[in-house]
Design a protein. Structure first.
Length: 624
C-alpha cells in the first residue's frame, strides 16, 4: 500500500523554503473587514505608503537575478527597456476602488499565504462568475514583487492552458486579483479520480507541458509547479479534462544565454535537486512535472519523508521506486516518461518539446477531430481593427468552456511545435490537410487577416476571433460584453469608461496614449461629462439618428465617419461590426419561417385529430 499523498509540507522548522504553500484545503471562515464605499484618490494612496508610491512597485533588480548578464542578448535589453516604463504601466492596471462596488463577493474557495480566494460575479453582468484572490496588503507588503511579477506575466502570456487574467483592484486593506474561475478546483482534489488512468493522466500532463513550453519559449520559468497550481476548468474531469496553470508569483524571467537562478523557491515535494542546492535553470519545471505525473498515476508522491531534511536527501539521491502494488498495471512507457523527467542531472532531463513527442503522451492523446466549419468561418473572417480586437477579447473571456472547446481542439491540432502560436507554415499545413481545394494564395490571405502584425504569427486569442461564427458574435451575446463594460449600469459607455476597461484588461501592456488613439480612431470622443449634461438628451437623439445612416461597410473598412460622445448598445454593435437591423430582419425571417412551420404542424395535428375522431366514431357504430 502506497503512502498517502499529502499537500502540506513536512513541517520541519529547521529548513523552511520560501513560499511553501499557497492554498490550503477545506472551508475557511470568511473574515472580510468592512471597507468604506469610496474611491481612492492618488493622494490617499500615496499617504498609505508614507508619501512614497514607489514602494508599491519593484525595480528591475527585483525582477532579474543578480547573476543575469543583462547585456547578453537582445531579449535582455528589451526587458530592461520595458522595466524603465513598467511602474507607470502597471499602475494603470491597478484599479483603485473597493471591489464590492463592481462585484458581488460570493462563497470562499480556499485560503493561501497572503489571503483568501472567493467566487465573485460582476454586478452589471451576474451571469458570469470569476475567481478573486483577496491578498492582504499588510502581509504581502514586503513581497510586493510577487504580485507585480504575476501581473506582469499574466498580461503577456496567451495560451489555452494558462489562467485568464481579468483585472486587479486595490483598496485600503487588500489587492483583489480577478481571474477566470475554474469550477473543478485544483488537481490535488482529483488525485483519486484519475489515479491509475493512464489515458486521462496523459491528457492532463500534455496540457501542462504545452503551457510550460509556451512559458519557456517566452523566457519564463514557473518554479512552483505542483498539483495545487494546476486548476481544472470544469467539474467533471473524467469526461474531457481541461486544465489551467496558475500562480506566477515565484516565476522568473531567464535569458537563453545565461539562465542560472539561485534563490531556493518552490514547494519541497516538487523541488528539483539543483533547486535545493540553489543553482538551477528552467529545467527544474520538468522535474516538477515528473513528480506531478508520478503522483497522479500512483496517488502518492515519489518522495516523502517526515522532515524537510530527510525529504531533500531523498530528492538529491533521486531515491524513488515504482512499487509493485501501485505500479504493476502501469505501462513501461509511463514509467519511462517519469524517469526522463526525474533525471538527477538537469542536462539529461527531457525538454518540454521532447516530452510532448514522447511515445506515452502520443499513445494516449490522439488528435481530436476538427470541425470543418471552422475553416469556412476563417475564410469569411475580416481583419479586425484594434478596438474590435479588444472587445472580442472580452467577448471570448465571457464564453463558457463548452462554447469554445472545438476551437481549442483545432488550435492544438494546428500548433505542430506546441509553441502556443501558429506560424504561416503550421497554419498552411493544417488547412491543406483538411481542405486541399484552398490555394496557397488564399491561405496566405486568411493568415494575414488574422495574424499579429508585429510578430507575424497567430496567437491563441486571435485564433479564437477568427473561429467565432457569425451566429456566435450576435447582438444578444454582445450584450454580455456591453453589460460587463457598463459597470455603472447607465446603459451607455464613454471614452473614459472604455479607456479604463481597456487599460485594466489589455494583454499587450500598451500605453495610455495608444489606448486613446484606438478609441479616437473608432470615432469615440473624449469630453467633459459634467459640462455636457445640459445637452445630453439632444446629443443622444442626434447620435441615434445619425448612427442609423452609417453603413456596415464603414466599419469593415475601419473608417468610421461619425464621432460619438456616448456609446449606446446600438452604436456599440456597429463599432464591433454587427448590423442590428440586418440581424433583426434575419431574426424576423427566421421567426416567420418558424411561425409558418408551427402553423403547418398545428394544421397537420388538427387533421390527425379529426381523422382519429372519425375513425373512433366509425368503430363505435360498427360495434353497435
Amino acid at each position: 500500500m502506497g503512502l498517502q499523498l499529502d499537500k502540506c509540507c513536512t513541517g520541519d522548522k529547521s529548513i523552511t523554503p520560501f513560499y511553501m504553500d499557497d492554498m490550503e484545503r477545506g472551508k475557511m471562515k470568511r473574515q472580510i473587514s468592512t471597507i468604506g464605499k469610496k474611491n481612492l484618490q492618488m493622494d490617499e494612496i500615496n499617504k498609505m505608503y508614507n508619501g512614497n508610491l514607489q514602494n508599491l512597485y519593484m525595480s528591475s533588480d527585483d525582477l532579474y537575478p543578480q547573476t543575469l548578464n543583462r547585456n547578453s542578448s537582445t531579449f535582455v535589453r528589451n526587458r530592461q527597456n520595458y522595466m524603465n516604463m513598467q511602474d507607470e504601466q502597471l499602475r494603470q492596471r491597478i484599479w483603485y476602488q473597493n471591489i464590492d462596488e463592481v462585484y458581488d463577493v460570493g462563497k470562499d474557495l480556499g485560503t493561501g499565504r497572503y489571503g483568501e480566494v472567493f467566487m465573485i460575479e460582476k454586478i452589471s453582468y451576474p451571469r458570469k462568475k470569476f475567481a478573486c484572490k483577496k491578498i492582504n496588503r499588510d502581509m504581502i507588503n514586503s513581497d510586493i514583487q510577487l504580485l507585480e511579477r504575476e501581473l506582469d506575466i499574466l498580461t503577456r502570456v496567451d495560451h489555452p492552458n494558462i489562467i485568464n487574467f481579468h483585472e486587479i483592484f486595490m483598496d485600503e486593506q487588500h489587492f483583489n486579483f480577478v481571474t477566470q474561475l475554474c469550477e473543478g478546483g485544483d488537481m490535488f482534489m482529483h488525485v483519486e479520480d484519475v489515479k491509475g488512468n493512464e489515458q486521462l493522466v496523459a491528457k492532463i500532463v500534455k496540457q501542462i507541458l504545452s503551457a510550460i513550453k509556451h512559458l519557456h519559449d517566452n523566457g519564463i520559468c514557473h518554479r512552483d509547479l505542483k498539483l495545487e497550481n494546476i486548476m481544472v476548468v470544469d467539474p467533471y474531469i473524467t469526461k474531457n479534462p481541461h486544465i489551467k496553470v496558475i500562480d506566477f508569483g515565484l516565476a522568473q524571467y531567464f535569458d537563453s544565454t545565461f539562465s542560472t537562478m539561485q534563490s531556493r523557491t518552490g514547494t519541497p515535494y516538487y523541488m528539483a535537486p539543483e533547486v535545493i542546492d540553489g543553482i538551477y535553470d528552467q529545467s527544474c519545471d520538468m522535474w516538477s512535472i515528473g513528480v506531478i505525473t508520478y503522483s497522479l498515476l500512483a496517488g502518492y508522491p515519489p518522495f516523502n519523508a517526515s522532515t524537510d531534511a530527510k525529504l531533500f536527501k531523498q530528492i538529491k539521491f533521486c531515491d524513488y521506486q515504482f512499487d509493485e502494488d501501485a505500479w504493476s498495471h502501469i505501462s513501461t512507457e509511463a514509467k519511462s516518461f517519469i524517469s526522463q523527467c526525474l533525471q538527477l542531472k538537469r542536462e539529461y532531463r527531457i525538454k518540454p518539446l521532447d516530452a510532448l513527442k514522447h511515445s506515452w503522451i502520443k499513445k494516449h492523446t490522439q488528435q481530436e477531430k476538427i470541425d470543418l466549419q471552422l475553416i469556412e468561418t476563417m475564410r469569411r473572417c475580416k481583419k479586425y481593427n484594434e478596438f474590435q480586437k479588444h472587445i472580442l477579447e472580452i467577448f471570448c473571456s465571457l464564453l463558457d468552456n463548452k462554447e469554445i472547446i472545438h476551437i481549442r481542439n483545432a488550435f492544438a491540432s494546428f500548433d505542430e511545435d506546441h509553441s502556443g502560436t501558429l506560424s504561416l507554415e503550421e497554419f498552411s499545413n493544417a488547412i491543406k490537410k483538411l481542405r486541399k481545394d484552398i490555394s496557397d494564395e488564399e491561405i496566405r490571405d486568411i493568415f494575414d487577416r488574422i495574424m499579429d502584425e508585429g510578430k507575424n504569427e497567430i496567437t491563441w486569442t486571435l485564433f479564437q476571433y477568427a473561429c467565432l461564427d457569425r451566429k456566435q458574435i450576435n447582438s444578444r451575446k454582445l450584450m454580455r460584453v456591453f453589460k460587463y463594460l457598463d459597470s455603472e449600469e447607465i446603459s451607455y459607455l464613454t471614452f473614459k469608461s472604455l479607456k479604463e476597461s481597456f487599460l485594466r484588461r489589455d494583454q499587450k501592456l500598451v500605453s495610455e496614449g495608444q489606448i486613446d488613439k484606438i478609441l479616437r480612431d473608432s470615432g469615440i470622443e473624449d469630453y467633459d461629462e459634467e459640462d455636457s449634461d445640459k445637452d445630453n438628451s439632444k446629443n443622444d437623439q442626434e447620435q441615434l439618428g445619425q448612427s442609423d445612416r452609417i453603413s456596415q461597410a464603414n466599419y469593415e473598412n475601419n473608417q468610421p465617419q461619425q464621432k460619438y460622445k456616448r456609446v449606446n448598445f446600438k452604436i456599440f454593435c456597429q463599432l464591433v461590426g454587427i448590423d442590428i437591423q440586418v440581424e433583426q430582419q434575419s431574426d424576423s425571417s427566421s421567426n416567420a419561417s418558424t411561425s409558418t412551420r408551427d402553423e403547418s404542424l398545428q394544421a397537420k395535428r388538427q387533421r390527425n385529430q379529426d381523422s382519429f375522431k372519425i375513425s373512433k366514431r366509425t368503430n363505435l357504430q360498427n360495434q353497435q
